[in-house]
Write a protein that binds this ligand. Structure first.
Ligand code: DX5
Ligand code: ZN
Length: 216
């Protein structure tokens, strides 16, 4: 449907030209920009952090959806708020106190996201969701850390379950999303935001891919 938001994952973009990539994505019709913050510990890649998000903030009006795939996410809330992140997503398994962290993110003026790895059950996020502390659930269809992995279809069951329980929450599917097949699977299951790296940045015509994802 037309109400699907697209969040290109900058992990698949050119890190030496983030301003150009953000502009290109805005021109392609994306509303959000998904930024994977990986610490090389929680997941096996080391990407970028709050200082880079701060620089990006000054160059784009896209909604900056920052996905913290890091240990000790609570230690980074203030830095990301000051950097101008719009949403901060964390993995409950990595947090000392998920509830306190969600409250801290909101208090700092950001939207709260909770991410589920492919192997994480929905129960990891349910208490937070039931208390109304979450704006967006990120249902990962690949292991955190790297783009270009195959879409794990079993995560669709979690999307269906969450959509059933929470009709108005944002549900993102992250990883392996393409216009050929998996975007439709994710949307049919109830996702309203699609995160896509390889399929958008790997195309010569990102605008066409963004429209195809919206219409899948
Ligand atoms: C994996 C990330 C994803 C990834 C998606 O750590 O959370 O955002 O960049 O990339 P693709 O679309 O290539 O699977
Ligand atoms: Zn991500």
């Amino acid at each position: 449907a037309a109400s699907t938001l697209i969040a290109p994952s900058i992990l698949a973009g050119d890190f030496s030209n983030l301003e150009g990539e953000a502009t290109r994505m805005a021109e392609a019709g994306a509303e959000w920009l998904h930024v994977d913050i990986c610490d090389g510990q929680f997941c096996g890649n080391l990407t970028i952090g709050a200082p880079v998000v701060k620089s990006l903030r000054s160059k784009t009006r896209l909604f900056l959806d920052c996905h913290l795939a890091v240990m000790h996410p609570e230690s980074q809330v203030q830095q990301f708020a000051q950097a101008g992140a719009d949403q901060l997503t964390f993995h409950p398994e990595a947090a000392k106190d998920s509830e306190a962290l969600a409250v801290a993110i909101r208090t700092a003026g950001m939207k709260v996201g909770v991410a589920l790895q492919p192997g994480s059950p929905t129960s990891v996020a349910l208490p937070l969701l039931q208390k109304g502390l979450v704006d967006t659930v990120n249902v990962m269809a690949v292991e955190p850390g790297f783009g270009g992995q195959p879409f794990q279809e079993h995560v669709l069951e979690k999307v269906r379950e969450l959509r059933d329980l929470f009709p108005s929450i944002n549900i993102q599917v992250d990883g392996g999303v393409n216009p050929n097949r998996t975007a439709k699977l994710a949307k049919d299951a109830g996702a309203n935001i699609l995160i896509a790296g390889t399929s958008i940045f790997g195309s010569e015509d990102p605008k066409r891919v963004v429209s195809a994802l919206k219409q899948a």
